[in-house]
Design a protein around this ligand. Structure first.
Ligand code: GRG
Length: 304
């Protein structure tokens, strides 16, 4: 079979992610310039441009493109996802929360800029995320933009990230925490923003209601999968590298899937979630689903 340039090249997930990360990093860099008062914009940029994997923006763009939308139309929304993810990490690292000194291999925001600035940098990123979607989205009907803003607002607030975090804090050291509470925490703290990224990308791209439901289910399974794998790695890696990376979750008494289900059943659960996530995509052209299918496999098989 003759192959024409640029057509039917095999899909390589790593290259796809690298390409999207380059585009997203450049858009984030322009969206949050270093300007007066530099004390705050420097702190915002420090955490925003510290080199995360950009999973949420990539998912957002992939969902938009899957339903026929353009990357440039969804880029402000994709960037907003990373701004909110970053703010949640800055606040999560604070002494009043997890009290972490390192994030993505460098000092946490409050270690570098002080707690006062870190709190404000998080607040500014949260606020700017919504401003950026509303102000800088081009060529998309206003109703879609309003839907996106409502969806994202819910994903971050008391019914979303904040709800998950508060239940997580309440559950610490509670030996009676069961699978239902564990699932609530992960669905809200982790799956919620992944879901919003995918759903908002799809909304911008003009998805049908059925497409949105399928993508939303896909993202919830992937979010839960992420945490099940996280729990499994915490056990398997800290026993391999004794002490070195000993997961904090093992030090604080915290419910995890391996503790509640055992390692074997946790691995089965992860496989089931991967299968279900991919199953939700069956209504789409499978070739066009390659990025979302690849992401499910990537999360299922990650080693750190
Ligand atoms: C939203 C107002 C507001 C407050 C935040 C602190 C908090 C409330 C919520 C905690 C959110 C949290 C830390 C969730 C865990 C998220 C998670 C799975 C992080 C790891 O994500 P990766 O692997 O990280 O995508 P990188 O570094 O690649 O971006």
């Amino acid at each position: 079979v003759e192959e024409r340039a640029g057509e039917d090249r095999p899909f390589v997930f790593k290259d796809y992610m690298t390409g999207k990360a380059v585009d997203v990093n450049s858009a984030l860099d322009s969206a949050v310039p270093l300007q007066y008062p530099e004390k705050i914009t420097e702190s915002m940029r420090y955490s925003l441009l510290a080199g995360g994997k950009r999973v949420r923006p990539a998912l957002c763009i992939a969902a938009c493109e899957l339903v026929g939308g353009k990357q440039e139309a969804v880029m402000p929304t994709a960037c907003a996802m990373e701004m909110i993810h970053t703010m949640s990490l800055i606040h999560d690292d604070l002494p009043c929360m997890d009290n972490d000194d390192l994030r993505r291999g460098v000092p946490t925001n409050h270690k570098k800029f002080g707690e006062d600035t870190a709190v404000l940098a998080g607040d500014a990123l949260l606020s700017f995320a919504f401003e950026h979607i509303a102000r800088d989205t081009r060529g998309v009907p206003a109703e879609r933009i309003v839907r996106v803003i409502a969806n994202l607002g819910k994903a971050v607030g008391a019914e979303g990230l904040v709800g998950g975090q508060v239940v997580d804090i309440m559950s610490e050291g509670d030996p009676t925490v069961g699978l239902d509470t564990l699932e609530y925490i992960h669905l809200h703290k982790t799956a919620g923003l992944l879901e919003s990224a995918v759903v908002c990308g799809a909304i911008i791209g003009g998805a049908s209601d059925e497409e949105i439901v399928r993508l939303s289910n896909y993202a919830r399974y992937v979010g839960l999968l992420f945490q099940v794998i996280d729990d499994i790695l915490d056990v398997t890696q800290s026993s391999e590298e004794l002490g070195k990376t000993a997961g904090k979750d093992l030090l604080v008494d915290k419910a995890t899937y391996p503790k509640l289900l055992g390692l074997e059943k946790s691995r089965e659960f992860a496989a089931e979630l991967t299968h279900k996530a991919k199953g939700e995509l069956s209504i789409f052209d499978q070739k066009k689903c390659a990025p979302l299918l690849g992401l499910a496999d990537y999360i299922a098989s990650r080693q750190n």
